[in-house]
Design a protein around this ligand. Structure first.
Ligand code: ADP
Ligand code: MG
Length: 676
């Protein structure tokens, strides 16, 4: 047998296959599965080798240590006995004659092929004594290595209650060595993987799955072999051992004692409950027969269907029962008794080791803190849904503290977070769409600016000549000359053209701002006083700024404010209205809100507001250059302009609010130090 230090872990994970469904976490009675970086790892020190995780993993991501190589080396080196677990008829139910299975195993190269059933007969006798003795304290059966490991790791106080009797496997190994020589190597073949780590007395443990792999590799077929019997000593009723109540049936205990004094619990939930009740003293007189699987026939080393013809529990059971019935019919009772007597002095004792791996309950505060991280603040937040693999939210939190679990395993919390991310994503998508729209707009404006500058430049000279000559002609014409009125019209219209061209040039002007230290309230007061507002239009100013000083191009920013105020006045209905100017600030910027109770901007016009020449005003009244110029100036100050408007009286009071945000840090060093 290779030493423990060299051994591979009994159970390990194939990382690429693990889809982190937490089923193994849920099914592991020892809580020996650690979720780390979204991967389920087996913690060897905590693992009891029950193989539940192997059975439940739909992705076949959990695998056990294979020992085929070891068995092959042993066979090549000397005499090796195979001792076969009594569950073999359940594995090979498709083979009509079980003696063929014996021959197949022999064909691998084993010198002896014996059945563990005889070991079970001997062990059963030992148990019988314990169960029937009135003075004996209640015992926990120790034939299931996973149960023994579970008690040693997690209930060390119960070690004293474990029956100090070897398992049928070890008993049979001792029988074989007594009969055939101490140097005999022994390989156990069975349905259990925990057996691989049970005893140093066994040189290798093969599961039925591994046995079938060898048959396949060596191309061994039942057609190629003749049936042979197991090598002696032959087992008796011990062959029924692997099915439920097996040990007790073997023991031949009187029925009344059986029902009153022995509790049988199998499967991961039942055996844990029974141990807990036993430890708490709720059951104090009864012996416990515990199996980690629902009978050894359900062990993780059994081949799955269709490799093995029987996959169902009761079919497997009946295969074993049929085999035992047939066997007992043909059993030479006398010979069996003689064999039993000849091994009656065989030492069947064993000891156990305290492997306490329990960790104390973490700090209450730490548990509460972990629960909070998963959005569990109040008792009603604890859903205890079990999706994480732990029975309660608290157990999950404790596992996180112990480094076994992660917060993301909490499904309800993860779903909630996901919903929040989606909402955040939607908001940033919306922002992105708005920014894209603004970018398109400014590109459009930049293009139009270039075009306007070109046209304005070309028009300026001829326009100057028209203005000059029409003025000369007008001055030369006598007062009552009818042509004078025409010339006056030409001069007037040429002046208008000049204004438009001036506006265009203004609009196209780029990066030409002269920044001064400006007091925002004062520039606003000046702008308000420079617009002419009808008596029925009131303008109010409220400044809430803490620091009113900011660097601005005084003239251009005055133009921005007066133009906005003029637009507001022009939007007023006949009965007039109010314009409220509110100035606020923060450490980084000053914000100016100009809010009017005018007619509002129709929804379909909103996207065109900053487009040059867009106007809803009468010919001669509006040029449609005000807002594009304002936009240009604000942008040159690295600021922002936004508009909100309602033109539909049915939806509420009409009106428009322009909001201009100007950053304090516009990175241009002022020329004049004096605040204007
Ligand atoms: P103009 O004033 O020469 O028409 P602007 O660029 O200043 O050009 O304004 C463009 C258009 O935007 C206006 O014709 C008007 O339809 C609309 N507008 C601007 N400001 C307001 C406001 N405060 N209320 C309602 N509509 C406005
Ligand atoms: Mg205007």
């Amino acid at each position: 047998m290779i030493t423990a230090g060299e051994k591979q872990p009994l159970v390990s994970t194939i990382r690429e296959r693990c889809r982190v469904c937490y089923t193994c976490v849920r099914e592991c009675p020892a809580k020996a599965i650690k979720i780390s970086n979204g991967q389920a790892e087996v913690i060897t020190e905590r693992c009891i080798g029950c193989g539940n995780c192997i059975k439940v993993c739909s992705q076949n991501a959990k695998v056990f240590r294979r020992e085929v190589d070891i068995a092959e080396i042993l066979i090549s080196e000397g005499k090796v006995a195979a001792i076969v677990a009594p569950s073999f008829p359940a594995e090979f139910s498709e083979v009509p004659n079980h003696r063929l299975v014996v021959s197949l195993i022999r064909a691998i190269g084993f010198h002896y092929v014996a059945e563990v059933a005889f070991g079970a007969d001997l062990v059963a006798r030992k148990y019988k004594k314990a169960f029937e003795s009135q003075n004996e304290q209640p015992v926990i059966s120790s034939d299931c290595p996973a149960i023994v490991s579970y008690v040693e790791h997690y209930h060390p106080a119960l070690i004293e209650s474990l029956a100090p009797v070897v398992s049928p496997m070890v008993a049979m190994a001792r029988v074989m060595r007594k009969k055939y020589g101490d140097d005999l190597k022994v390989v156990f073949i069975g349905p259990c993987i925990a057996k691989k780590d049970e005893s140093e007395e066994i040189d290798a443990v093969l599961t039925f799955r591994e046995l079938r792999d060898i048959f396949l590799k060596m191309k061994l077929d039942t057609k190629a072999v003749k049936p042979t019997d197991f090598d002696p000593p032959t087992g008796g009723k011990g062959a029924i051992f692997p099915v439920s109540r097996g040990l007790l049936n073997t023991v031949e205990i009187k029925e009344d004692l059986f029902d009153r004094n022995i509790i049988i619990a199998e499967g991961k939930n039942d055996f844990q409950d029974a141990i807990k009740e036993f430890e708490n003293g709720h059951i104090s007189k009864e012996h416990l027969e515990l199996l980690c699987c629902e009978g050894c026939i359900m062990g993780p080393g059994m081949s799955p269907y269709p490799i093995s013809a029987s996959s169902k529990r009761f079919r497997k059971r009946s295969s074993v029962s049929d085999y035992v019935m047939d066997k007992l019919e043909r059993l030479d009772q006398k010979k069996w008794e003689t064999n039993m007597d000849s091994f009656s002095t065989l030492n069947l004792e064993r000891t156990f080791t305290n492997r306490d791996t329990r960790s104390g309950r973490p700090d209450e505060e730490a548990i509460v803190a972990e629960l909070k991280k998963m959005g569990k603040f109040e008792p009603h937040d604890h859903l205890d849904c079990g999706a994480c693999g732990y029975d309660s939210c608290e157990e999950h939190a404790i596992a996180i503290i112990r480094g076994l679990a992660e917060h993301e395993m909490c499904l309800p919390n993860t779903i909630e977070k996901l919903h929040n991310y989606i909402t955040e994503l939607n908001i940033s998508n919306e922002k992105l769409a708005n920014t894209q729209e603004a970018l398109k707009q400014s590109e459009k404006l930049a293009g139009m600016g270039q075009l306007s500058a070109g046209i304005a430049h070309e028009l300026n000279n001829p326009l100057g000549i028209i203005t000059m000559y029409s003025n000369i002609l007008k001055d030369e014409a006598v007062a009552d000359d009818p042509i004078r009125a025409d010339l006056e019209l030409i001069v007037e219209q040429a002046e208008r053209c000049k204004k438009i061209v001036g506006g265009l040039l203004n609009f196209a002007r780029k990066n030409q701002v002269t920044l001064d230290e400006v007091h925002i309230d004062r520039i606003m007061e000046r702008s308000i006083s420079s617009v002419i507002n009808p008596a029925n239009v009131s303008i109010s100013l409220e400044s809430k700024v803490n620091d009113p000083v900011i660097f601005l191009d005084y003239d251009q920013m005055s133009q921005v404010f007066t133009n906005l105020l003029k637009n507001s006045i022009e939007a007023m209905p006949e009965e007039g209205g109010n314009i409220e100017v509110v100035i606020t600030d923060s450490a980084d910027e000053i914000t100016v809100h100009i809010k009017d109770t005018g007619c509002g901007v129709a929804e379909e016009h909103m996207s065109k507001l900053f487009t040059p020449f867009f106007t809803t005003k009468k010919v001669g009244k509006g040029t449609g250059l005000g807002l594009p110029i304002i936009y240009g100036i604000v942008k040159m100050h690295k600021g922002n302009i936004a508009v909100q408007s309602n033109a539909n009286a049915a939806k509420g009071p009409t009106g428009t609010t322009f909001t201009i945000t100007l950053p304090r840090n516009n990175k241009i060093i002022p020329e004049s130090k004096e605040t204007r």
